[in-house]
Design a protein around this ligand. Structure first.
Ligand code: GAP
Length: 488
């Protein structure tokens, strides 16, 4: 990361803390690495992103329904899903510092530096080579790649590496009070398995016909060895996942459909298309026949925010095998090739999986701006503003009486009472209007209205727009409608 982008990222992190978006978990005990808490505005923003996703998936698709499965699942779930045997990252230790690294992170770090130095082709060649070796699980050649590129430990400054080994990322705990009888169970590393094991319950009770989807949001846990970049890579995080069940043989066309549909979801928030790109996977996860990442250009470079995976029938087939329960669907649509119903089969699955915390960081990265300008009187002015899309902004409207007297607070309270059932409002009468505007800019409130003495005369208020800082006078009666139109 260059110094400027590093600085910008540090400013975003400080701003997130100062204005009540994100706190380090258990901060009074010096924190817990890669675990974070969301404060008053952070929890609102997070909820709004979740709701925006949920609505787009369920309310806007008649053939997608929701689920809220438990975090704990039967231990065999993770055997069937392949996570017990395959959910690991290749890691390497530096013998001098005893620091452990993910091998792909070390190589990506060098590729980032090469790009910053303008050596784009070298960076691409390095990443391609790494992808090839990871796909072949050739850890000897991968270690040679580290050494031949002179990749060193940031702490010891040496290239004195151990061999590369695989580490499983699942957290385990025990269920049951008596140690000998206790069962090892896992904290789910993805929410998807709760959907797979409930596939027939949902299909039957909601009377779904293929193709159909099941959407779920919830916590997932991974013992990330190298947890970096604030809330980008956490040990406890939240996913928003949708499994779309399709007829075998049609997975490719649904994969293309969801690849496009999910990018459009991001753009529907007004996020810039040029900040996005697709990245096809070379090394496929153990369950996939095709996979790609939707990447966004964070201050630290293009990184994955969402995955689209064609998961075949891998999960349902293995759950059928280990549970002994049929995971089949009866398709009574007529197959034109045989003129008979398609009949019984295990559906194929196309998954869309986005990290809620990562989307939150994306929104912060996109929104954060420091602005400076010269006023008409020649004096300098500045502000820090979060240009959060209005639809997901933590607060939608600030209601500000100009002074604490002359009946203005009473009018402001009336507006508050009228609007607060429809969207999140904020009432404030302390400090100058300028200071109050700045505070609202800093937490991304798209609209402020000021109630002044003229309001008493003609029932108009001044509305101020966060992004342009323009102000205009509008009838009081139009405020609610205007905010609703921009935020729904
Ligand atoms: N069910 C498929 C699955 O879990 P994944 O690519 O491992 O696929 C999906 O994860 C998304 O979850 C990622 O695109 C990312 O946004 C988010 N995610 C994964 N690991 C994360 C972590 N340690 N911290 C924050 N978000 C994470």
């Amino acid at each position: 990361m260059s110094t400027t982008t590093e600085n910008k990222f540090q400013e975003i992190i400080s701003h997130a803390k100062e204005y009540g978006f994100v706190f380090q978990s258990s901060e009074i005990y010096d924190g817990l690495s890669a675990v974070y808490d969301y404060g008053p505005y952070g929890s609102e923003l997070k909820k709004n992103i979740r709701d925006y996703w949920w609505k787009s998936m369920t309310q806007m698709h008649e053939n997608i329904v929701g689920l809220d499965a438990a975090i704990f699942m039967h231990p065999l779930t993770w055997k069937a899903s392949g996570h017990v045997d395959n959910f690991s990252d290749p890691m390497i230790d530096n013998k001098d510092s005893n620091k452990r690294y993910r091998v792909d992170h070390l190589i990506e770090g060098l590729a980032d530096t090469l790009r910053e130095e303008g050596k784009k082709e070298e960076a691409t060649a390095l990443i391609n080579k790494m992808d090839q070796l990871l796909a072949a699980e050739d850890f000897i050649a991968l270690k040679e790649l580290l050494i031949s590129n002179n990749i060193k430990c940031a702490i010891s400054g040496t290239a004195n590496w151990t061999d590369i080994r695989q580490f499983n990322l699942m957290f385990s705990t025990e269920m049951g009070s008596v140690a000998e009888e206790a069962n090892t169970i896992y904290l789910r590393p993805e929410t998807a398995q709760g959907i797979f094991v409930n596939f027939l319950n949902v299909q039957k009770t909601a009377r779904m016909k293929i193709p159909f989807g099941i959407a779920q949001t919830g916590k997932a846990f991974r013992n990330e060895i190298v947890a970096r970049q604030f809330i980008f890579r956490m040990r406890e995080f939240e996913q928003m996942e949708m499994q779309f069940f399709v007829r075998p043989g049609t997975q490719k066309e649904w994969y293309e459909y969801w690849k496009e549909a999910r990018l459009q979801w991001h753009l529907s928030l007004g996020l810039p298309a040029e900040k996005y790109r697709y990245h096809d996977h070379v090394k496929l996860a153990h369950y996939a026949d095709a996979a790609l990442d939707i990447e966004y250009e964070f201050p630290f470079g293009f990184k994955e925010v969402e995955g689209i995976h064609s998961r075949t029938d891998f999960d349902l087939k293995n759950h059928q095998l280990l549970s002994g329960k049929k995971m089949q669907y009866f398709d009574n649509d007529i197959d034109p090739a045989t003129n008979k119903p398609y009949g019984n089969y295990i559906p194929y699955v196309v998954e869309t999986s986005i990290g809620l915390d990562r989307m939150f960081l994306l929104i912060l990265s996109h929104s954060f701006a420091e602005e400076k300008w010269t006023k008409e009187d020649g004096k300098e002015d500045s502000r820090v503003v979060l240009r959060i899309p209005a639809k997901i902004a933590p607060l939608k409207l600030a209601i500000l009486p100009l002074v604490k007297k002359d009946g203005l607070p009473e009018i402001a309270r009336e507006i508050m009472n009228d609007c607060k059932g429809s969207f999140r409002c904020f009432y404030e009468e302390k400090d100058t209007i300028g200071k109050r505007y700045r505070r609202m800019d800093a937490i991304g409130t798209p609209f402020c209205i000021t109630i002044d003495h003229q309001t008493k005369e003609d029932q108009t208020v001044t509305i101020r727009y966060r992004d342009t800082m323009q102000q205009e006078r509008i009838p009081l009666a139009q405020v609610k409608e205007k905010v609703l139109a921009a935020t729904l």
